[in-house]
Write a protein of this length. Structure first.
Length: 102
């Protein structure tokens, strides 16, 4: 096996940690929404049917992995996708689990 073309194990460990963060239905719903537009914690919480404090925790975890950015506008904080690869990742999820493309 040609190991020179393989990703280093410490980088794969980082990837695994970030994939664990995404491995939650509410977080996946938030990513799905954020791929289309920007949203506040309250809007994301409502869409997921969870309290805002729980949604905030989910968003913090995804921010720590570099998936999301937060922008304050007045009293509101809007979340957006920071990691462009999430669009491809979510397209795979849609194709596999929703039978949809794009």
């Amino acid at each position: 096996m040609r190991s020179s073309s393989l990703i280093e194990l410490d980088r794969l460990a980082q990837a695994a940690e970030c994939l664990k963060v995404l491995a939650h239905p509410h977080r996946l719903r938030m990513v799905e929404m954020l791929l289309k537009d920007r949203y506040t914690v309250g809007e994301l919480a409502e869409a997921c049917g969870i309290p805002s404090n729980i949604a905030s925790g989910h968003l913090r975890l995804m921010q720590r992995c570099g998936f999301l950015a937060a922008e304050r506008e007045g009293r509101n904080v809007y979340y957006t996708i920071l990691e462009p690869c999430l669009a491809k990742f979510f397209a795979c999820i849609r194709e596999r689990f929703a039978g949809l493309r794009g």
